[in-house]
Structures are given as C-alpha cells and as structure tokens.
Design a protein around this ligand. Structure first.
Ligand code: 5CA
Length: 448
C-alpha cells in the first residue's frame, strides 16, 4: 500500500479522553474513531489488524474441530423468553421494535439462537459432538464503556457453542477449547493465564477466564507465578483424544479472578510464587450443561434410544478487545510495536526523497520484492519531512522499517530498522532484495 493513496488519519495530539496507552495509541495511529460512547468506526489500519486477529482465532477454532457459521446481530425477544433471559438480562440489553411492533434485541451473546438452530436438526447422539462458532458484532449497553475497544458497547466477539450427548464428552469439548485458547493467544504473542472465574449471566458451574497480565487491566487477579511462563500446548495435540492432562497442568496451580479468589488457598502458594496483579480478560469459557437445552427442548437420543437435553458449553474471545490487549503488552513511548503475526503490514518502506529518481527506483524495486516474498509493505512515498515520516512509522509500529535515502543509496545501501529493538543496520540494497527473493522461493507451510 502506498501511503499517498492510503487513508491514515494519525493525530499529533494525545486525545485527552484516553486514559490508557492502547486507547491513546489506537486513536493517534488512526486505527479507530469514536462515533458514540463505546462505539467505534474501524479505520483501514485498525481493520487490517482486526482481520488478522480474527483469522488467527478462526484457524485455531477450525483446528480444534469447531465449524464456522454466521448468525444475525438482531434476535427475536421471544427466543430469549424461552430461556428466561429476556427479563433477566437487564439494562445491558439493547431492545428494539420493528415497524410491526415486534420486539427484537441486538445480541449480547447467542446461546438461545444457536440452541434454536441445533434443536431444529439434531436428533441423535450420532450427530454429535458439534461445536459451532461465529465472529460477529455484539452489543452490550455497558454502564461504563471505557478504555476504547477494551470495554466497548459494540464489540467483535468470537463465540463458539458446543453440543454433546453426555457430560464426559461435553468436558472433552471444553478441554479442546481450553487448549485452543492457549494456542490462539500464544500465536498473537500474548501470555494468557487461565483462571477460575465467575459465570455471571451466562451461567453454569465450570468456567475459566483467559487473562493477559497488564497494569491497566480491569480485573484484579491472583495466581501462581509459574503459570505465566508456561508455554502453550501447540497445535500438535491429539484433539479428539484425552486433553485432560494438558488442562490439569494449568488448572492444578492457583489462579483466580477477584470474584473467585480464596485468600486462604492463595496462602498455600509459596510466598515467592504468589502473584497479585491486574489483568485483561481476553477469553471466557463456560460449561453449563442443560441450562439452555432443557427449557428450550434441544434434545437428542442417546445410544439407548432415550432422548435427553444436550450438554452445552460456550466459549467467547474478545476479538476487538484483543487489539487493546496486544497494544498494552507491546508498545513504547513512540508508539505501537506489533507482533509480526498481527502487524497491519510487515514492513514500513520510507522514501526520504520522493522525486529523486534513484530513491524512487530503489523503493519501487523494494516494494515489489517485499510483496513477491509474500509480505506486505506500507510505502511512505509522501513528501512529508523525514522527521515526521520516522515518527509516524514508529507510531503505527510495523515490525521492520526499510529507509531509503540519497546518501546511503549513493553507496548502494539502505537502512533497516527493527521497531522492537530499535536496532539499525546498513545493508546493500541488492543483498536485501536477494534476501527477499530467497524468502519468496521458500515454500510456506500451510496453516492447517
Ligand atoms: N456467551 C459467552 C461465551 S461465547 C459470553 O458472552 N462470554 S463473555 O461475556 O465472557 O464474553 C466473551 C468475551 O468477550 C470476554 O472474555 C471479553 O474478552 C469480550 N467482551 C465482553 N464484553 C466486552 C466489551 N464490553 N467490550 C469488549 N469486549 C468484551
């Protein structure tokens, strides 16, 4: 993408309403724009990251056997009356009437609708297990929308719903999501700690929140330090085998959010391993059995021919919130520092003297070579002064910068800067182009 043809409305000033780094930087880097309290437009740069995050979530869901569909944002109130949640949900639910005075709502979550879809066609245990998910906008009329996309009113969620014939297979479904979540967050460069959590309006008695530790997090959390650096299980697990040992390794040590905190149990953790911190909840998984299937009559016949309510769980990832969490974990005073996996572009190509034939030609060659290698570049071909170009590139945080100027080029060189380490190196343009060409010839390993 050429910056001269892109839409990147960066802000020079720090917006006064933004209290935390991620909110400030998303506004300043021209990623989002607030349209109403807790409601944001996703500008092109922000949207590119959102799509990358979404894609990682999607790939890890599919790997764990979940199947994507797409449910609407608007739902009939009558559906929610079947589960009893229409009245129970309270003022967080946005209630709407259509021209026929039919009561609708903008979905804050989708347990009822997915139960309605599954009950219409699933009849037997042979149709199970089933895990259906979508990535869709939600609306919750939060009392205190704040911190930008961290606590929005409209936000993008991945929500998956599992259906099983008995409790044992439902727990296996829960474990698959537990492991998939660890892999998902790890691919984004995040260390997520699963913690026992309160189930709130979703219900059930088994639930874990996945927490990213950050000083600006909204939740107080307490955990054993060893959980923080425990590596993710990775994709090479026996997905439909027994994952209990992997889960136990992470649930055997103390970890709880404030609502579930047991100070006496925490005292049992060796003192040097006790961690009281703040965290951001990026995912939340629930096992709630028959809570929706029993009142909504979603049943299937077991091997004995007897019909029983389906055993259900639901599994949420805060897709839009993740952008905030990733930035909280990856930034400095100059701006964002994107992990490669979610970067809006891989390389920022800076032409220090557009109009200079040598600079223009070198940049065009580099730009083509970057794309031929399977990476993406944002090419700053504008006539801004160098200082402003450097500041903007640091602000938007692309992992690598390639800086092309007349002085270096006179000797055949360009400068490469690593945004995270700040390391700079001078390299011959031809060597850089050759390196990119070698990358292009390396076969890519497919994601799944
Ligand atoms: N139905 C279940 C799981 S599918 C559910 O709704 N769970 S939840 O309420 O915990 O939400 C799932 C995830 O969405 C949370 O872990 C959080 O990361 C994200 N989320 C929840 N509320 C907001 C909000 N107001 N703004 C941004 N993200 C949110």
């Amino acid at each position: 993408m050429r910056l001269s043809r892109f839409f990147l409305p960066t802000l020079k000033e720090t917006p006064s309403e933004a209290q935390i780094a991620s909110h400030r930087l998303m506004l300043r880097a021209g990623m989002i724009r607030q349209e109403a309290a807790g409601i944001y437009a996703w500008l092109p740069l922000g949207l590119r990251v959102l799509r990358k995050v979404e894609q990682i979530v999607r790939e890890e869901m599919e790997r764990a056997g979940a199947i994507e569909l797409l449910m609407p944002t608007l739902q009939l109130a009558d559906l929610w009356r079947e589960s009893g949640r229409y009245d129970a949900y309270g003022p967080e639910m946005l209630r709407i009437k259509d021209r026929h005075e039919r009561e609708l709502l903008y979905g804050p979550t989708n347990e009822e609708m997915i139960t309605e879809i599954v009950r219409a066609s699933v009849r037997s245990y042979k149709d199970l297990p089933l895990n259906l998910y979508h990535i869709q906008w939600k609306f919750r009329d939060e009392q205190r929308p704040r911190f930008g996309v961290m606590r929005g009113r409209e936000f993008l969620m991945k929500d998956a719903y599992s259906f099983d014939i008995d409790e044992a297979s439902a727990r296996a479904a829960y474990n698959r999501m537990f492991v998939a979540y660890l892999n998902t967050f790890s691919r984004m460069g995040l260390k997520a700690v699963p913690m026992r959590a309160d189930t709130g309006p979703i219900g059930g008695d088994l639930s874990h929140e996945f927490i990213i530790l950050a000083e600006t997090g909204e939740s107080a959390v307490f955990c054993h330090k060893d959980l923080v650096d425990m590596p993710a299980p990775g994709s090479d697990v026996d997905w439909f085998g027994d994952l209990q040992a992997l889960v136990n390794a992470r649930t055997g040590l103390y970890a709880a959010t404030e609502e579930m905190h047991d100070p006496a149990a925490f005292q049992q953790v060796p003192e040097d391993k006790r961690l009281s911190a703040r965290g951001i909840e990026v995912g939340h998984i629930f096992y709630f059995g028959e809570k929706y299937s029993a009142p909504m009559k979603a049943v299937a016949a077991g091997p004995d021919g007897v019909e029983r309510p389906l055993q259900m769980g639901s599994y949420g990832v805060g897709v839009s919130r993740l952008l905030g969490a990733i930035i909280e974990a990856n930034h400095d005073e100059a701006g964002v520092i994107w992990p490669e996996a979610v970067a809006p572009f891989n390389v920022g190509l800076i032409n220090l003297r557009p109009g200079d034939p040598a600079c223009d030609q070198a940049c065009e060659r580099a730009y083509a070579a970057i794309h031929a290698s399977g990476q993406t570049a944002l090419y700053d071909d504008t006539t801004e002064r160098p200082g402003a170009k450097f500041a903007a590139m640091d602000l938007i945080g692309l992992p690598r910068q390639m800086i092309v100027g007349p002085k270096g080029l006179a000797e055949g060189n360009v400068e490469i800067k690593n945004r995270r380490t700040g390391e700079r190196s001078i390299a011959p343009l031809q060597a850089v182009l050759d390196g990119l060409a070698a990358d292009a010839n390396t076969p890519q390993i497919p994601a799944s």
